[in-house]
Design a binder for this molecule. Sequence first.
Ligand SMILES: NC[C@H]1CCC[C@@H](CNc2ccc(C(N)=O)cn2)C1
Length: 243
Amino acid sequence: MKFEVLTIFPEVIECYLKHGVVGRALNKGIAEVKVYNLRDFTTDRHRKVDDYPYGGGAGMVMQIEPFYNALRHIKSDGIPRKVILLSPQGRRFSQRIAKEFYKEEKTLTLICGRYEGIDERIKAFVDEEISIGDYVLSGGELAALVIIDSVVRLIPGALGDELSAEEDSFMKGFLDYPHYTRPEEFEGMRVPDILLSGDHKKIALWRKKEALRNTLKNRPDLLKNLSAEDMKILKELCSEINK
Ligand SMILES: NC[C@H]1CCC[C@@H](CNc2ccc(C(N)=O)cn2)C1
């Protein structure tokens, strides 16, 4: 899976890519991220990337040329890619869209805006606009990293333990179950006995039940098209709660 990021702050992207799951995946070569500094695609001495807005008003607007020059340079290899603009106006990103991007296997070219925005004519070169949530950030870089991180995790071999990708509850559409590790007791709070039992079947059932409990409590909207088994567990849970 390949990613390309167009930004005026390449360091913001590069420092994140040195660590953790994404860092290891890049080192293993199962993913690749190329970061392009927009200032390298300017033509003036001051490497200007923004200018005053037509129509007046506060703030600055990012000029189209550096983006256009960068995209023309990148696209010269003729490889199919999906050009994504990160902005609050975009389609709402989710695990489902992360899977969609992963399966499509196209290079994802992520455009990160700053200031008040990018000249609207950028839309002529964008395939899709994506938002990671209903809030405004100072730049698209964090949103680009959210997309890179969530998609890289789906690549086989990216996570140390293959299971944890499938295991990840959002992959199943639920919230996560509780996790515990040593010590067995901390400040009077004990680890649930079931997790010390070594009975893996019972533990799996407990985890599914707790994932459903968390989902019922915090995101009941995710509880749709349940399997018969999950529905049975949910009914048990509801009768427990209503006792
Ligand atoms: N009009 C503000 C807007 C102009 C263009 C650049 C963006 C960068 N900031 C972002 C980008 C994405 C998101 C998100 N929710 O995905 C939030 N913030 C800000």
